[in-house]
Design a binder for this molecule. Structure first.
Ligand code: SOE
Length: 380
């Protein structure tokens, strides 16, 4: 078996989901490559050593440049805050490494364009971790849409609601809280949460051409963990936008970290000429489907338990009827990435695909400032 030797940079929440995926993928998917946890890199030596021990990494580094220079590493996995994705990815591409990069791709579109240019120049396989595409129910939605079951699509509606930043006492910046610091994150809910909704939407329903957005920062100042000073909060706490897709359908998107009672409620609904689809991350193994072509007395919303062997990815897991969860979407992503290497048909979203999402985020944030409709820059 060939080896795919992984060098993971960053060991937070995403470092754990990815490590778990590399450990499990060969147990459940038949691949020609064995994923090997070759090295993990982070600045704190004691902590990175403890992480390596817990997850089974063979070695540690405290300087990502050293990790990239290592000849015994094939793929670099970037799990660091958003403001370091570009520098690491461009250096990794130059070193000829494959790259798996956490979302969002970059701080903004122009930075993302440089990353696309770097991986395409170096011809290195690349992918961005928009994991929700690979929840089996979401992949099933994609199949149904591609088979034409919905017919012409009229509406797309998506939300991603959380409530973890409501307290004004919560600081910004540093490990765990860098998502509140615009210098590290680029934006707030737009790049962190709506980017997921936009990625899924583009995948399911095609390109978004124009947007009109509004944002709000409810807590204007927070103590910065790194400086100890009270500083202006520059991220968007909430964002809602209207959008027009290239296929003529209309959309609404909403995200906030101030929806008391919601921890990670990602939902979408798509309404087509013949049928509608709805999905909810809190019930992630179900897909709701309504088909107007059903016999009228039996017509109604079906709640499909996406756990049968002919549902996407499910034949690799347990017996029909037994469901899987959030962490499996990452395992599926690794399986598809590796299959892409083996078949020569790269799995998405590639950096190029993820740049389209970045451009939508940029247009939304611009529109929130100009208070006008804005066109989404095209990926050239
Ligand atoms: C933020 O709380 C967060 O962890 C995002 O960064 C992830 O991308 C999302 O999947 C869950 O929420």
């Amino acid at each position: 078996m060939k080896q795919l030797r992984i060098g993971l940079i960053g060991y937070g929440f995403m470092g754990r989901t990815h490590s778990n995926a590399y450990r499990k993928v060969n147990n459940f998917f038949d691949l020609d490559h064995q994923c090997v946890l070759q090295a993990v890199c982070a600045r704190d030596e004691a902590k990175v050593k403890a992480f390596a021990l817990k997850w089974g990494y063979k070695s540690v580094e405290t300087d990502w440049r050293k990790m990239i220079a290592r000849p015994d590493i094939d793929a670099i996995d970037i799990c660091t805050p958003n403001n370091s994705h570009a520098e690491i990815a461009i250096a990794a591409a130059k070193a000829g490494k494959m790259i798996l990069c956490e979302k969002p791709l970059s701080m903004d579109g122009p930075e993302g364009r440089k990353m696309v240019a770097a991986v395409e120049k170096a011809k290195v396989p690349n992918i961005v971790w928009y994991n929700y595409r690979r929840v089996p129910a979401v992949s099933l939605a994609k199949q149904l849409i591609d088979e034409g079951k919905l017919g012409r699509v009229f509406h797309y509606r998506a939300k991603f609601l959380q409530d973890w930043t409501i307290s004004p006492e919560l600081p910004q910046g540093g490990a765990g809280l860098w998502r509140l610091d615009a210098k590290a994150a680029g934006s707030g809910v737009t790049g962190d949460l709506l980017a997921h909704c936009i990625d899924t939407a583009i995948w399911l329903n095609g390109s978004i051409e124009r947007v009109n957005g509004m944002t709000e920062t409810f807590i204007k100042e927070r103590t910065h963990t790194l400086t100890g000073k009270v500083q202006k909060v520059a991220i968007d706490d909430a964002c809602a936008f209207l959008a027009r897709f290239k296929n003529g359908s209309l959309a609404t998107f909403e995200s906030t970290r101030y929806a008391r009672g919601h921890k990670a409620l990602y939902t979408f609904e798509i309404n087509g000429e013949h049928a509608s689809i709805a999905w909810d991350l809190h019930d992630l193994h179900r897909l709701q489907y309504f088909d107007h072509r059903d016999e009228s007395k039996l017509r109604g919303w079906r709640s499909i338990h996406v756990s049968d062997s002919d549902h996407p990815y499910m034949k690799n897991w347990w017996v029909p009827g037994l469901q899987i969860g959030y962490e499996h979407s990452f395992i599926h992503q690794v399986a598809d990435f590796v299959k892409g290497l083996e078949t020569g048909k790269p799995a998405g979203p590639t950096f190029r695909d993820a740049l389209e999402t970045q451009n939508v985020c940029d247009a939304v944030l611009k529109s929130a400032k100009t208070q006008k409709w804005e066109n989404v820059a095209k990926v050239k």
